[in-house]
Design a protein around this ligand. Structure first.
Ligand SMILES: [Fe+2]
Length: 366
């Protein structure tokens, strides 16, 4: 049995997690840079909880709330400059994937003078201590070593990836998801489903990542009817947050695969939300893998509670509503872009330009 598993983040998940365990922030430093988006952390109570915990610990803080959806390279350099000028000696990322991913890059760039053309050349040196607090049930970034940034030079999203980018501490509280708009909830849950399904169909999967992936898919499957009906309970949200963390732990081991590689151009060029972009492609990935690895695909569908790939496609169609359309030229351009993505090689099937093109065509009827 070959297992390779790394998850160095201390994870705490419970109701009122930040208020109960805010004392653990005391060990991270004296002055925090809180990295978040413009609104959500204030609206959902997470920022108030963190500020109360820091105050109780006698720590000071600066808020950097300029992280946009799909954070740019400029954004993380700006955050790092603020960390330095304010004398921050640790970072707290609060939000969905965008603020948490930005917080990882900022924690690094606050310590090291990394030239922009070396940003994706590999982590080196040190980073500031880091706590991540998710407020969506999608990314799992609080338990991964990835920071996805928008790279205008390459016209796509690109990942920083290094074991040093695992947060030191992750604090999870399902209550922060209460005010999420339905569409955000749907898109982020689809992202998390995609992490576990792609991870299960990764060449790097092992028995441990498989166990986490099937558990996550099962949790999501059990809640899908209530998600579709926009009738989530507090308990449902906490379970979805748990599934999202499991999905993060899965891709921390397996990487993402073709769906993420191919979703990035849809997000970059067409502004399709990340999770939605994955959802548009996911059923057809399963359809492509099924003839070669029928047992793997059946296990995923069974965990989700779908009879076959067609039933899964119907479930996703209900969640996604009307699909975007692609022109043949767009499909070709995105094929060229996605074919350069490194994570294609993680797929359990050989995945070159021909397979990428076939998957775009199948998903969008081009
Ligand atoms: Fe994702």
């Amino acid at each position: 049995m070959d297992i390779h598993f790394l998850m160095p983040t201390q994870v705490r998940m419970e109701e009122d997690c930040v208020r109960r365990h805010g004392g653990e922030l005391a060990g991270l430093g004296r002055h925090a840079l809180i990295v978040t988006g413009a609104h959500s952390a204030r609206a959902n109570g997470s920022l108030t909880d963190v500020e109360a915990a820091l105050a109780a610990n006698g720590q000071s803080w600066t808020v950097f709330d300029r992280v946009m959806e799909n954070p740019t390279i400029d954004c993380v350099y700006e955050g790092a400059a603020l960390a330095r000028s304010e004398g921050a000696d640790f970072v707290i990322g609060i939000g969905g994937g965008s603020p948490m991913d930005a917080s990882k890059a900022i924690a690094w760039l606050a310590c090291e003078d990394v030239p922009r053309d070396k940003l994706f050349g590999g982590f080196y040196g040190r980073r500031l201590p880091l706590c991540c607090i998710p407020t969506t049930a999608g990314t799992g970034s609080e338990v991964t070593q990835y920071a996805v940034l928008t790279d205008d030079a390459r016209q796509t999203k690109t990942s920083l990836a290094a074991p040093a980018l695992f947060a030191d501490l992750a604090l999870l509280d399902g209550r922060y998801l209460e005010r999420l708009p339905h569409s955000t909830m749907v898109n982020t849950v689809i992202d998390s489903l995609s992490h576990s399904m792609e991870g299960y169909l990764s060449a790097k999967a092992d028995v441990l990542s498989d166990a986490l992936a099937l558990q996550a898919v099962g949790v999501i499957g059990s809640i899908l009817p209530r998600l579709s009906a926009d009738q989530l309970t507090g308990g449902n949200r906490a379970r979805l947050l748990y599934a999202s963390a499991l999905g993060g732990m899965v891709i921390a081991q397996t990487g993402t695969t073709a769906v993420h590689a191919m979703g990035y151009p849809l997000t970059y060029f067409r502004h399709v939300p990340h999770g939605r972009a994955n959802g548009l492609l996911l059923p057809d990935l399963l359809a492509m893998v099924a003839p070669v690895h029928p047992g793997r695909v059946e296990a995923l569908l069974s965990a989700l509670g779908a009879a076959d790939v067609s039933a899964f496609r119907e479930i996703m169609d209900v969640l996604l509503g009307r699909r975007e359309t692609l022109t043949a030229q767009e499909a070709e351009a995105y094929t060229a872009s996605a074919s350069r993505a490194k994570n294609l090689a993680n797929c359990v099937l050989p995945f070159g330009p021909e397979q990428v093109r076939a998957l775009y065509r199948a998903a969008f009827g081009v």
